[in-house]
Design a protein around this ligand. Structure first.
Ligand code: GLN
Length: 473
């Protein structure tokens, strides 16, 4: 019998499916009707027409005992990750009508593990944003308060989990796009180590930052998904070869807190919630140690210099000829210009302009080279800090979910990423875990606790994340 899907996790569904408590078909049906019920939140851009067919196949596999770890598990996928023969629009008009010619490596891996693809989730255009307000297909409404944003850019993925319309989701994180929406929607989100999950089949934003990662209801579920999607991939030249993986020792339960970063601009109750979680971790045997990250305050400016530069080069391929939208013009130059100005929204155009400026001969050294140097200094700060601690903790976001339309100037939006961009600058893995709620206008809004680990130490994040999870219950 199908119980209430609100209380099912991937780990539980695995046991239930294997124990024949319900079938993959029943689980899929329950999710499809829930998606229909929650349509107004706009988390999905498309629900696939073959979900029941996939469930039927999954049931056969489960019955034969040959099903993988995800056999029959319903999963949603961010609109910038390619699923063969399905549309992928990256939340942009520019990719109108585009269909993916192949599966992203992560999709292939989930397929092989038996996962069921429910549909494509809404996102900020080409993953630029922290609210999904930049989507060409309308904003996603936060499951906890529909007047508020779900965070971004993977806002559709985070909302799909919080609304119980999927058991797991794939998002992408370039500067916080998995962790910040996870925090604002009250779910778990992991940005894996750069190079540990293949980027093959991910529509690129900033190639030296982008990582695909899981969103889920629990840390256990995020771990299950990560174990399925990780691994070396010859199709991604930045994928880490297995022989370079270090031996991972036990975590020693030392958490560093960069106090100097926890000042201005952070809501008081968010900070209180953070201190409460730290106190709970002390209770479970962690040492909480103050640390210094002298260059971390420059993370946001460095990120917002390098990112437009990478965006402007990556998005040069969308010329109105090779993919998606095409606008006729008198000559090829006019066709490029018309297609690009009609296809791209304002934030994407802003970054292309900024990036082109930053990379131009006269400014390259002043901006790009300087920001890359700062990136190095920040990585060095983290490496030094990790000599004394195993994990570094901050809140995930300085505020809970903000109102739709509230942040009108780009800089105030960029500030939401203050705690998340460093993990992408350094390549280190980071996890956001729900740590409770704060109240705004009589609504309980979720808050996230953010942990960063040294390269390839996802196992430490999961271990500490489970302790955070246990302390909140
Ligand atoms: N909000 C950040 C930005 O707009 C992060 C985006 C992301 O991680 N994809 O760049």
């Amino acid at each position: 019998m199908m119980t209430d899907i609100e209380h099912i996790t991937i780990a539980e569904a695995r046991r239930d499916l294997d124990g024949r408590t319900y079938s993959a078909m029943e689980l899929a049906e329950a999710h499809l009707s829930r998606i229909e019920e929650k349509k107004g939140n706009n988390a999905y851009l498309e629900v696939f027409d073959d979900v029941r067919q996939q469930a039927k196949e999954a049931d056969k596999l489960v019955q034969s005992g040959r099903g993988g770890i995800l056999a029959g598990i319903p999963i949603s996928v961010k609109d910038n990750i390619l699923i063969r023969s399905r549309r992928a629009s990256a939340g942009s008009k520019m990719l109108e009508g585009y269909r993916a010619p192949y599966d992203a490596t992560v999709v292939l891996k989930i397929r092989e593990a038996g996962g069921i693809f429910l549909g494509r989730t809404n996102m900020d255009e080409f993953a630029m944003g922290s609210s999904t307000e930049n989507s060409a297909f309308g904003v996603v409404k936060n499951p906890h308060d529909e007047a508020r944003v779900p965070g971004g850019s993977s806002g559709g993925s985070a909302a799909s989990i919080a609304l119980h319309t999927a058991l797991g989701s794939l998002g992408s994180d370039t500067g916080g796009s998995i962790r910040q929406p996870a925090s604002l929607c009250g779910v778990v989100g992991l940005k894996p180590t750069y190079g540990s999950v293949s980027r093959y089949g991910l529509i690129a934003m900033g190639s030296s930052f982008d990582q695909i990662g899981p969103l889920a209801k629990t840390v256990e579920d995020a771990e299950i998904l990560f174990n399925v999607i990780k691994g070396n991939d010859p199709y991604d030249s930045t994928s880490i070869p297995v022989k370079l993986y270090p031996r991972i020792s036990e975590m020693r339960k030392r958490i560093g807190v960069p106090r100097a970063l926890l000042g201005e601009g952070i809501d008081e109750d968010v900070l209180k919630n953070f201190e409460k979680t730290l106190a709970a971790l002390r209770q479970s045997g962690y040492d909480v140690i103050d640390i210094e990250l002298p260059y971390a305050e420059y993370a946001l400016p460095a990120y917002y210099v390098i990112i437009p530069a990478e965006v402007s080069t990556n998005l040069a391929r969308f010329d109105g000829v090779r993919y998606g939208l095409h606008v006729e013009g008198k000559n090829i130059a006019e066709e490029y210009a018309e297609s690009r100005s009609k296809g791209f929204g304002p934030e994407v155009r802003r970054r292309i302009l900024l990036g082109t400026h930053i990379l131009s001969a006269g400014y390259y050294d002043a901006y790009y080279t300087k920001a890359q140097a700062v990136r190095q200094l920040i990585s060095h700060d983290y490496e030094e800090a990790f000599k004394a601690v195993d994990l570094i903790a901050t809140p995930t976001s300085p505020t809970p979910a903000f109102k739709i339309g509230e942040k009108t100037d780009p800089i105030s939006m960029y500030r939401s990423d203050i705690f998340t961009v460093t993990a992408n600058l350094t390549g280190m893995p980071a996890l956001s875990i729900p740590s409770g709620f704060v109240e705004r206008e009589k609504k309980e809004l979720p808050v996230g606790f953010h942990l960063t680990a040294p390269m390839l130490r996802e196992s430490w994040l999961f271990a500490a994340g489970k302790d955070v999870q246990a302390s909140v219950k």
